[in-house]
Design a protein around this ligand. Structure first.
Ligand code: LFR
Length: 524
């Protein structure tokens, strides 16, 4: 088999990218085709994502990826996969006949719950159905509309019962609570569908409506084990099953790019493959682990997701109390993990300082923070108070509790400069990683791992990696930094038969494709 070109669309909270992946000789070469910014913006009182802007960037990126592939002597891109952060969704109206103009005729494409991978035959087919029109904005999970909703909902279905049903930790932003707070649902036209963000992009690409399973688990409405939605939760939340699209498993083909779009972008009718569309699922697939024993990882980006890859969920009361979640992974795996506010704490602090007119950037601050002595002040980066944007440095300073050299003592924070604040955040992250990984191992009943893999953009942070190795007293293996895009591409390659299926061979491909750096505890 000759080289194959694939395109990964990978959206993050602060940036997105379309990555060209060239698969040849047992490795993937990644070439950035297009990078673009992303940010929260307030629309009609809510924090939202600008899906129209993202869609324009994605279209541009796919054309660019195709052009790059052709310039390398390849035929163009052979497949596309899409991933993004989890829990957020678009509400999409019935399909529109592109030929008839918006809203005049609709196609009967009612979702068949749990029907797997087959398409419902259309009773009134359009010759060229365009994607359905979006109803309102994609409201972001950091929006305050869900404040208090989880607590309130617990009076209908107890926290314990929710956890027993789904294995998903109660986070204020879970799709379930967003839907309870979503006053638009009552006004949706018949035939509308809730599509998780990557599925909404898949719909724009192909016209198909599906719910990819790894991301479905992030909703907090999918039964533990992932076989179906929890009827009890749907009913209690007032979510109509008809609103939800049939499932698709990662690795299955969603469809092909709509002909007119394929022509517009110059890419043709390329297959779109469902990947682990929850970015963390794709990132953990690209953890370059070897050997037996559960894999311990941090997917480090806006969030730090720290935990273990397991084969079965651990939905015990201990796990619930400790705040651990059981997210669905690729290959039937479970991500038993804790959400820790990660580089978000730093990037939001930098945003505040820059707004205040300070001339600071991440690189400079990391150098300055590395030169600082221990901050001796700590915050709890799992605290939901850090979820919302704005005035982050002030909030860190207010929350920081000074500790003596022996870890006890003082109570007032001593953070006076940006470098202090950054040092405090990074030390707090490292100590939190230590405690959370120990808790995960204890609850899951697995031995302490020999190494911790850190993947994602945050794995570039050498200071944090070293602090983490020192706190955990185990090796920290950093990389790949583009784990999410790589996991996305690798699963496409497996789906096309270019590499053998299964995560062992995918991880072999990953290891052959990237450079890793090991940080050893300095105390050893
Ligand atoms: C990381 C991530 C986390 C999820 C959070 C919100 O980008 O997807 O896994 O908990 O964003 O969607």
């Amino acid at each position: 088999d000759g080289p194959r070109a694939l395109a990964a669309v990978d959206l993050g909270a602060s940036s997105g990218r379309v990555m060209l992946g060239i698969v040849a000789d047992g490795r993937i070469e990644m070439v950035p085709a297009h990078r673009f910014g992303n940010r929260l913006e307030r629309v009609d009182g809510h924090l939202c994502w600008d899906l129209d802007a993202l869609w324009a960037e994605i279209r541009h990126g796919l054309s660019a990826a195709h052009g790059l592939a052709v310039s390398r002597g390849l035929e163009g891109i052979a497949a596309i996969g899409v991933d993004s952060w989890a829990v957020d969704y678009a509400l999409v109206g019935p399909e529109v006949c592109a030929t008839d103009g918006p809203g005049e005729r609709t196609r009967d494409d009612a979702p068949v719950p749990g029907s797997g991978h087959r398409l419902t035959p259309s009773s009134d087919p359009c010759s060229a159905p365009g994607p359905g029109r979006r109803h309102g904005e994609v409201i972001a999970y950091r929006d305050e509309r869900t404040d208090g909703v989880a607590d309130h909902f617990s009076r209908t279905v107890s926290r314990e019962q929710q956890y027993a049903l789904t294995g998903i930790a109660q986070q204020p932003f879970n799709t379930l609570y967003q839907l309870v707070a979503d006053d638009r649902l009552a006004d949706l036209p018949a035939g509308s569908t809730l599509l998780m963000l990557p599925d909404a992009i898949g719909h724009l690409l192909t016209g198909r409506r599906r719910t990819e399973l790894t991301n479905a688990s992030s909703t907090g409405m999918l039964s533990v084990g992932g076989a179906d939605w929890s009827e009890e939760l749907l009913v209690s939340a007032g979510v109509d099953r008809e609103l939800l699209a049939p499932f698709i498993a990662p690795g299955d083909v969603l469809g092909t790019v709509r002909p007119e779009l394929g022509t517009e972008l110059g890419i043709g009718e390329v297959p779109v493959i469902a990947v682990g569309s929850h970015d963390t699922a794709s990132a953990v697939l690209a953890v370059p682990a070897t050997g037996p024993g559960p894999v311990a990882y941090i997917s480090s980006g806006t969030w730090s997701l720290i935990g273990l890859e397991l084969t079965d969920a651990v939905a015990t009361s201990e796990a619930l109390e400790a705040g651990f979640t059981n997210e669905g992974g690729v290959d039937g795996t479970v991500r038993f993990l804790q959400n820790v506010a990660g580089m978000w704490l730093v990037s939001e602090s930098i945003r505040q300082w820059q707004d205040d007119g300070l001339d600071v950037d991440l690189e400079g601050l990391l150098v300055a923070a590395a030169a600082e002595p221990s901050a001796r002040a700590l915050i709890d980066p799992t605290d939901p108070q850090f979820l919302a944007p704005g005035q982050m440095a002030d909030r860190v300073i207010a929350a920081a509790r000074s500790v003596g050299a022996d870890g006890t003592g003082l109570s007032r924070s001593t953070l006076t400069t940006p470098a202090h604040v950054v040092r405090c955040i990074l030390e707090s992250l490292a100590l939190t990683y230590r405690d959370q990984l120990a808790t995960a191992c204890r609850i899951a009943g697995v031995p302490r791992p020999e190494r911790l893999h850190v993947v994602g953009g945050g794995s570039r942070n050498a200071l944090l990696n070293q602090l983490t190795a020192d706190a955990l007293e185990i090796d920290v293996v950093a990389g790949p930094t583009e784990a999410t895009a790589l996991g996305n591409l690798a699963l496409q390659a497996a789906a096309l038969g270019t590499v053998p299926a299964g995560r062992a061979s995918i991880r072999e491909l990953v290891r052959a494709s990237v450079d890793l750096k090991t940080f050893r505890p300095s105390t050893r």
